[in-house]
Ligand binder design. Structure first.
Ligand code: NAG
Ligand code: NAG
Length: 329
């Protein structure tokens, strides 16, 4: 697994933030119908090519979108590169190494769009990221869902805005619910979006505590399946390079599916923040329902992604269309 060195770590660290509550202008799925009718097909083609080259594109893009939306709204602020004068969002120490493949797919899609005269500088980087995220879900075998469009790109990106807004691997349901509620997402949305871990990777450093020194009486977290705990200890020996990457879904790591929920039922949630969805009585019924019924999960995931995609969006005269997704105009 070491080859996934670049990988994004950890939880799809979603973030929250102070989002001005003025999001009334509506997004719509056919926003580019006249200005750039090929937008969906163009982005999809780029995503499919990129996924063929690097599987990591899938979890990386998902993570990037979550991070973008939870910090300052879905406005591509996470794509901005730091400059000598500004330490950008992506370089906050909690960034949990947003993998380069997520950035790369957006840059490539933007380039492909800009090569179409009618689309040139018409499509926001925030919308490209939203479309690419749906497309990586589909590329991993997940169900498609309509993507609302019309976001404009943000004019601010600061590392300082990240602090405290990304859920961590050790969060419990209360903490997760609170972070999601700030973004108008329900517990059900939270459980659905957590399932993006069905294709994620994590670094060993994030699980050491659960498999070696959980607490004074238990070296291994007793909510972990015993055989799975042994597998994890084998994959992440003490003193191993903490950046070694492991799959978050040990059963079907390359498929976007509801096995994630079955894993939780079996004590195979990699992070505490995964396993608590099952151990907590409030969210367990949702885990059980979606473990049994993948169509219900697919529908809930699509709904949750649509709501996530509305968080803190800038529309109308707010924001702009960035010429370079990594830099302000
Ligand atoms: C945050 O991102 C920077 C570069 O983008 C990377 O060097 C650093 O390791 C990341 N931090 C974490 C905690 O992953
Ligand atoms: C360690 O964790 C287990 C399981 O959560 C708990 O039952 C036990 O009381 C904990 N021990 C200490 C010393 O906190």
């Amino acid at each position: 697994m070491a080859r996934f060195g670049m990988v994004l770590a950890v939880a799809l660290c979603l973030t929250i933030s102070v989002i001005p509550d003025t999001t009334t202008a509506q997004l719509k799925t056919d926003f580019y119908k006249s200005s750039c009718p090929n937008v969906e097909r163009t982005v999809r083609t780029v995503v499919q090519q990129k996924v063929k080259q690097t599987f990591v594109t899938i979890p990386a893009t998902l993570r990037l979108f979550f991070h973008d939306c939870f910090v300052n709204g879905c406005d591509a602020s996470v794509l901005i590169q730091s400059t000598p004068d500004n330490k950008a969002e992506k370089d906050h120490p909690d960034n949990v190494s947003l993998a380069g493949d997520g950035f790369d797919v957006v840059i490539k899609a933007k380039k492909a769009l800009d090569a179409i005269p009618s689309c040139r500088n018409k499509v926001s980087c925030a919308d490209i990221l939203a479309l690419a995220t749906r497309d990586v879900v589909v590329a991993a075998g997940g169900k498609s869902y309509p993507v609302e469009l019309g976001r404009r790109d943000g004019l601010v990106s600061t590392a300082a805005s990240v602090h405290g807004n990304l859920p961590g691997p050790n969060d419990n349901v209360d903490k997760l619910n609170k972070l999601f509620a700030k973004n108008k997402l329900t517990q059900e949305d939270m459980v659905a979006l957590s399932a993006a871990h069905t294709v994620g990777f994590a670094h060993c450093s994030k699980v050491f505590n659960r498999i070696y020194n959980f607490n004074r009486t238990h070296s291994v977290d007793p909510t972990l399946n015993k055989a799975y705990a042994k597998d994890l200890q084998a994959a992440c020996p003490k003193n191993v390079d903490p950046r070694i990457a492991i799959n978050i879904d040990p059963v079907s790591p390359r498929k976007f599916d509801n096995i994630y929920f079955k894993n939780l039922q079996n004590g195979k949630g990699l992070f505490t923040s995964d396993q608590v969805l099952y151990t907590d009585r409030r969210s367990r019924p949702t885990v059980d329902a979606w473990a049994k019924n993948s169509a219900a999960f697919d529908a809930a995931f699509g709904r949750a992604m649509t709501k996530l995609g509305r968080v803190g969006v800038k529309t109308g005269r707010n924001g702009n269309i960035r010429r370079d997704c990594g830099a302000f105009n």
